[in-house]
Ligand binder design. Structure first.
Ligand SMILES: Nc1ncnc2c1ncn2[C@@H]1O[C@H](COP(=O)(O)OP(=O)(O)OP(=O)(O)O)[C@@H](O)[C@H]1O
Ligand SMILES: [Mg+2]
Length: 302
């Protein structure tokens, strides 16, 4: 199915830029610049307390989690966009998508794109009867899974998570490569995101005996933005955290049909178009580990 999608996407993408979706959020967004006269400080300090992760062996997958304890901030939307964009830009890669949300919104919508290189992994054992996540089963899956054909073949594993996740309960999250944390600039979302990041960075007695060993590359994704000033609102609220501030995604009505899995793929094609810059940025970040090979001492824009 992804082939059909790729074809359609390629065909439509070749059309003139003027024919782009009129409410293009991406046109409104462009690069993540701040309003005139305001600037995000460019910190260039080495990380605090958290040692860099050890170099991975080539057959280990690159793992990406989309999480925030707050609901409705765009975890599923950004996960959906990101894995499709990677599949389009890097058809040589093996991509797996694991939906840890029982609502399964993302996986149901991705199902039609699944093929040999793009797999939806559903295993009832990933979730416990109590409603929590089976961390041990996830580790087991990451160690097995795809048989890579060559050293150059890369495997990526995406995780969408439900609202209410905590780093304590979803401890596998701390061992992943990238933790993307979408948030809007609303007070409620920023308050919850702050709590989520605090829990992540506070030494938690249940995690590694209270000491953080390694952390994923944490990237806050500004989402559902009305205008550029909201990037600054997010920066000001979260600047204390030693993580990255990613490419913004602006509010657009086009997102309303993201999870429509009817006969046509037009909704997805439109969505990928208006988020083209975000998608390109994301693929660069996850394919080039050197871009985030340090831990900033405060929120740092990439
Ligand atoms: N940039 C955006 N512009 C407009 N609507 C958006 C945008 N991002 C997400 N949405 C919409 O916001 C709603 C919530 O998004 P989504 O389901 O991705 O959030 P979530 O964090 O996964 O929620 P949950 O916690 O319930 O899993 C959806 O209706 C989605 O279409
Ligand atoms: Mg969701």
């Amino acid at each position: 199915m992804l082939d059909r999608f790729l074809k359609q996407f390629g065909k439509q993408n070749g059309e003139k830029r003027e024919e782009r979706v009129s409410e293009s959020a991406e046109t409104a967004s462009g690069a993540p610049q701040l309003p005139d006269g305001e600037d995000i400080e460019d910190f260039d300090h080495p990380g605090r307390n958290v040692p860099p992760k050890p170099v991975k062996s080539p057959d280990e997958p690159t793992t990406l989690v989309f999480a925030n304890s707050k609901g409705g901030v765009g975890k599923s939307t950004v996960a959906f966009l990101s894995c499709l964009k990677l599949a389009l830009k890097r058809p040589d890669c093996l991509i797996e998508f694991i939906d840890l949300d029982r609502q399964a919104t993302t996986s149901e919508s991705l199902y039609r794109f699944a093929n040999k290189k793009f797999r939806l992994i559903s295993d009832p054992e990933f979730l416990l009867a109590s409603g929590g996540v089976n961390n041990a089963r996830i580790y087991q899956h990451l160690k097995s899974g795809f048989q890579l054909k060559s050293e150059n073949e890369k495997r990526f594993v995406f995780f969408d998570t439900p609202a209410g996740t905590t780093p304590t309960e979803y401890s596998f999250m701390l061992d992943t490569d990238y933790l993307f944390v979408p948030t809007s600039a609303s007070d409620a979302d920023l308050g919850a995101t702050k709590k989520f990041l605090s829990r992540l960075y506070d030494a938690n007695p249940l995690i590694n005996g209270g000491k953080i060993k390694f952390l994923p590359t944490v990237v806050v994704i500004p989402n559902l933005l009305e205008d550029r000033t909201e990037i600054l609102t997010i920066y000001r609220n979260l600047r204390e955290f030693p993580c990255f501030l990613g490419h913004p995604i602006f509010y657009s009505k086009v997102f309303r049909t993201t999870f429509n899995y009817g006969i046509s793929d037009h909704n997805v094609v439109d969505l990928l178009r208006i988020t083209e810059d975000f998608g390109d940025w994301l693929v660069n970040v996850v394919c080039d580990h050197s871009l985030t090979a340090y831990t900033p001492s405060t929120l740092h824009q990439i």
